[in-house]
Design a binder for this molecule. Sequence first.
Ligand SMILES: Cc1ncc(COP(=O)(O)O)c(C=O)c1O
Length: 374
Amino acid sequence: MIPSKNLTEHEIVALDGACNVSDGHARQPLTAGQQAIIDHLPELFREAKGVPLRRVEHEAHEAFFQALGQRAAPVCSGRILTTYSSSVAIDILGRCLAGTGATVALIHPTFDNIPDLLRSRGIRLIPFEEEAVVEGRLPAHLGLGDCVYATTPNNPTGQTLDAEQLSTMGLACRDRGCILALDTSFRGFDSRAQFDFYELLDDLGVDYVVIEDTGKVWPTLELKLGFMACSHTLDLPLQKAYTDVLLSASPVIMCLVREFSLDAAAGGFAELQKLIATNRHQLCQIVADSGITDADVGSRVSVARLRLPEQNATDIMGRLTKRDVHVLACGPLFWAEPAAGEQFVRVALARSPDTVDTAAHALRSAVVQAAQAA
Ligand SMILES: Cc1ncc(COP(=O)(O)O)c(C=O)c1O
């Protein structure tokens, strides 16, 4: 049976669950450095009230893009829009693309709110399989003004375009007159996605939009920002669509993002990446003897896609929900072919090792019980 709810509906059920490894938001304990920043929140509030918004916004951009190796990002150029979250940025992009009648070739699989947001604007989507994405093989009938939307690193697979692959993709888009949209929400987890995208894309001369996100990496209880950066050649009314939605994001959160970015650059990202690797290893070890395998060996993102011995992800998710343990069946991630996701569950790794340990044991036992019941 294929689940009819979207992923976020499942994630909402999990929010108050005893063991929530459902959503991909960051819920690991704060590090000592991060706790020290949170302890100074009242000072950040005072600062945000007392200085011009543009100043803290530029400081947040500068610190965040620097921490991720994006030195050529268009900071201070007016080409980075700051939103409450990356979904807001995707929606703004979707509105603009709908206005031009563009078709979007969207990476498949990927997180389902991306196709849902784009479809809700009436945009025609073409599934763009990951294997074709890495080779830069654009769908045949994509042409002038159409758009390629790729998530890199991808959720849930962790697949990441390297510089050569991004370059091939960028050239293909440029030659066809397509806009290249990149969703890099998960790049903080993977140093292989931290080469300078902006330098590379600007050199190619391709029209691009890059959606960046602070929300997946730091456990700031939904205090987060999305950023939408674009090429100077892009002919879409992003700024106009932005102003229909918001005046500005909060300067307090901009100060917070600046501080977390500086901490990340000074070792915070390395610490985070170590935690995710430890959790992934522990999860895979615990479930190994039940026939569950890591579907994406080499992935470094904060979710693990696990291949089940049977095509029964919805059943396994249901069994775990009864125990108040929450994972995601991967059907909706395969947005163009949900049945293909029934072999996989997704387990969030941006959690404490104890939470991942509990989830892993419960998952192992649910799979063993399901096999016995079959
Ligand atoms: C790749 C990707 N982009 C964007 C989003 C949307 O993030 P948010 O809910 O913080 O807006 C998600 C959500 O998980 C995602 O996986």
